[in-house]
Write a protein that binds this ligand. Structure first.
Ligand SMILES: C[S@@+](CC[C@H](N)C(=O)[O-])C[C@H]1O[C@@H](n2cnc3c(N)ncnc32)[C@H](O)[C@@H]1O
Length: 261
């Protein structure tokens, strides 16, 4: 029986459950609930991550004038997918989505609703093989023009930090000056108590295995790039509109956006 048959919880579906979606099996819900019992803020982390995606893409498509997005580790379609956010501002935006989960592939049609002026496509590929991703993405993206490389909640599934760094370097080397790297990553800092236990439970019961990293390790992914203000912060606080005294809740997930000089 395939591990995608519904007998093993998978990240894309559990993430969908935490986001309030419907595309998951009972096993995903059970594992999702167990994680929540150990690490109660995980639902807030998932929502904050998506809200960060919205703010980052609005900034990039708007002020920064970016028209090409390579969104690796896309997840199941949900509200406010990257192309919807970008094309609302720039109808000619071109977006390539990449994930390696068959259930995401099965739902990918919902990600392929481009505006007529722009384009979207979906690549079924593994982040461990950035060369394959870059080769396929070149059908839609012009790598002579700036690209926003988006790695939201995915480097945490590349367990070896040297390999994760090499993947980021390969992707960033493939895009020209004026491109951006957008990244979120879980951490045990920023009040991530309970997450150690929750991640150990995840690794024993679900796929793929996950790791947290320190702020210093995550900052190193941006080496050679210029982090735009406010830098690497809890993703819930990255350019969040906050009235004094009502700052958004800090979540244990770093988020940052950097420009390639
Ligand atoms: C935590 S979800 C994040 C989804 C979305 N980027 C977001 O921020 O809401 C991580 C996604 O990465 C995908 N993923 C995990 N490992 C991967 C790999 N090696 N290659 C491609 N995708 C992967 C999972 O299938 C899942 O859909």
């Amino acid at each position: 029986m395939s591990e995608h048959s519904g007998h093993t919880a998978h990240n894309a579906r559990v993430w969908n459950y935490w986001l309030g979606g419907k595309d998951h099996y009972a096993v995903d819900q059970q594992v999702g609930d167990q994680v929540t019992s150990m690490y109660p803020s995980i639902g807030q982390v998932a929502r904050a991550d998506r809200e960060f995606l919205g703010r980052a893409v609005r900034h990039l498509a708007g002020e920064a004038g970016i028209r090409q997005f390579l969104d690796i580790g896309t997840g199941l379609p949900t509200a406010e997918n990257t192309h919807e956010v970008a094309q609302r501002i720039a109808p000619d935006a071109r977006v390539v989505y990449v994930d390696n989960d068959p259930i995401v592939l099965a739902h990918a049609r919902a990600l392929l609703t481009s505006s007529p002026e722009g384009a979207t496509s979906y690549i079924d590929a593994d982040a461990h093989d950035p060369d394959a991703i870059l080769r396929s993405a070149a059908d839609i993206l012009d790598f002579e023009r700036p690209v926003a490389v988006m790695l939201l909640g995915i480097l945490n599934f590349i367990l070896d930090t040297e390999e994760a760094t090499a993947i980021v370097r390969r992707l960033v080397d493939a895009v020209p000056s004026g491109s951006y790297l957008v990244l979120t990553h879980p951490t045990l800092e920023l009040g991530g108590e309970g997450n150690t236990e929750a991640m150990a439970f995840w690794n024993a019961n679900a796929k793929p295995p996950i790791t947290a990293r320190t702020g210093a390790e995550i900052a190193a992914f941006f080496d050679g790039l210029d982090l735009i203000p406010p830098g690497l912060v809890s993703c819930s606080r990255w350019r969040a509109d906050a009235t004094p005294g009502h700052e958004s809740l800090q979540v244990a997930q770093f988020g940052g956006v950097a420009r390639k000089p």
